[in-house]
Write a protein that binds this ligand. Structure first.
Ligand SMILES: NC(=O)c1ccc[n+]([C@@H]2O[C@H](COP(=O)([O-])OP(=O)(O)OC[C@H]3O[C@@H](n4cnc5c(N)ncnc54)[C@H](O)[C@@H]3O)[C@@H](O)[C@H]2O)c1
Length: 366
């Protein structure tokens, strides 16, 4: 199959859809890979790296779309790309159709086969192509939180790990899912005292089994949250209720109970956040202060570490890319339920229920 890797042109996206290692796996099997010149440079891969893995480097994005039967990307196509996409071309990327009607209509019109990373779903309900970004964000949350505890950025002036003779800081992690576990692990590694809260006892049992003894689990309820925020230096928001906005576990009045200069990192900001005072920020201006509490609420945390994020993402997308390249999308999706759930649009029709529901098209069809 002919596979194309365009450079991402959406605003401040530095990741790329495939690494040179992925290209090598495809070219070894006899597939042709076309990489746009400069596509990987912000992730630390230059044209030469792709070339030695067997890719053909093309100068423009139009040429990549023109030559390829399948496009592998990171972000949803932007308007400039709509007309480059053609009938029966496979587009494998994050789409998030339900929040973008214009994109949905453009892809229906193109009659391309749109397979969305975010809806590739295993039989147990897990989302294998979303997990790595939560892992990156969970680990980064501690790195960023530790930094914002420093005085020059208005934190309380505390070294999270402490030093001999000075106790380490206290970290409260809300949610013991992917983000929460990675955050707890990093905080524990720095020597901080960590408490992790969840409403799911099985998650807490798992954390209790795998973490060192200075990571303590407790059930998540208002009583426990109020108790812990009084003494916590850093609070991480890592909760998720699938398909719903995050409940506000920490309300504005609760900030007054926290210590001035304490830091909140709300990773769940992309679902509305679990603090009442959360509002989405960017890497250009990541933090703001309300009631003396530093808030870090970047909605695209992995964007700051494109090298790690690209490799982490492509580690999990490549097995699906190989299946699509070897078998074509119809057989690949017949053989793999998770991949089949990734199909969002085919033959100009939306085949994914939540997208139909989001636009009220389900009722219209009934
Ligand atoms: N900001 C970013 O850049 C970024 C990056 C990746 C993920 N995220 C977001 O981070 C959030 C967490 O993602 P995840 O992959 O860890 O999800 P996950 O499903 O693995 O974990 C969420 C956890 O929250 C728990 N939970 C639900 N309600 C709770 C409550 N009231 N109190 C305590 N725990 C509760 C669940 O039981 C679950 O264990 C999501 O909103 C996700 O979209 C943000």
């Amino acid at each position: 199959m002919k596979i194309g890797i365009p450079k991402e042109i959406s605003n401040s996206e530095n990741r790329v859809g495939m690494t040179p290692a992925g290209v090598l796996e495809l070219t070894k099997l006899g597939h042709h890979v076309f990489v746009q010149s400069g596509a990987g440079e912000n992730s630390g891969f230059d044209d030469e790296d792709y070339y030695v893995s067997g890719a053909k480097i093309l100068p423009t994005i139009d040429r990549v779309y023109e030559q390829s039967e399948m496009i592998v990307k990171v972000k949803e196509p932007v308007e400039q790309e709509y007309d480059m996409i053609r009938e029966d071309q496979i587009i494998f990327t994050f789409f998030h159709f339900a929040s973008n009607k214009k994109l949905t209509e453009a892809m229906m019109k193109s009659k391309a086969v749109c397979i969305a990373y975010e809806t590739v779903e295993e039989d147990d309900g897990s989302l294998p192509l979303l997990i790595p970004m939560s892992e990156v964000a969970g680990r980064m949350a501690i790195q960023q939180g530790a930094k914002y505890l420093e005085k020059p950025v208005k934190g309380k002036g505390l070294l999270l790990g402490g030093v001999p003779g000075v106790p380490p800081g206290k970290v409260l992690v809300l949610g013991a899912g992917t983000v929460g576990i990675q955050a707890a692990k990093m905080a524990a590694g720095l020597g901080a005292q960590v408490t992790i809260l969840d409403v799911n006892m099985n998650k807490l049992r798992h954390v209790n089994d795998i973490m060192p003894s200075h990571v303590v689990t407790e059930f998540s309820n208002e009583y426990n949250i109020r108790k812990h925020i009084k003494t916590s230096d850093l609070v991480i928001g890592g909760i998720l209720i699938a398909g719903a906005r995050s409940p506000k576990l920490i309300t504005r009045d609760m900030l007054k109970e926290m210590q001035p200069g304490a830091v909140i990192v709300d990773v769940a900001v992309d679902q509305g956040g679990c603090f009442e005072t959360t509002r989405p920020t960017t890497h250009e201006e990541p933090a703001y202060i309300i009631d003396d509490i530093v808030h870090y609420c970047v909605s695209n945390m992995p964007g700051a570490v494109p090298h790690t994020s690209t490799v982490a993402l492509t580690n999990v997308t490549l097995p699906y890319v190989l299946k699509l390249a070897e078998n074509g999308w119809e057989k690949a999706c017949r053989d793999d339920n998770a991949l089949a759930r990734g199909i969002n649009i085919v033959n100009g029709k939306v085949v994914c229920e939540p997208i139909l529901e989001a636009f009220g098209w389900k009722e219209a069809m009934a």
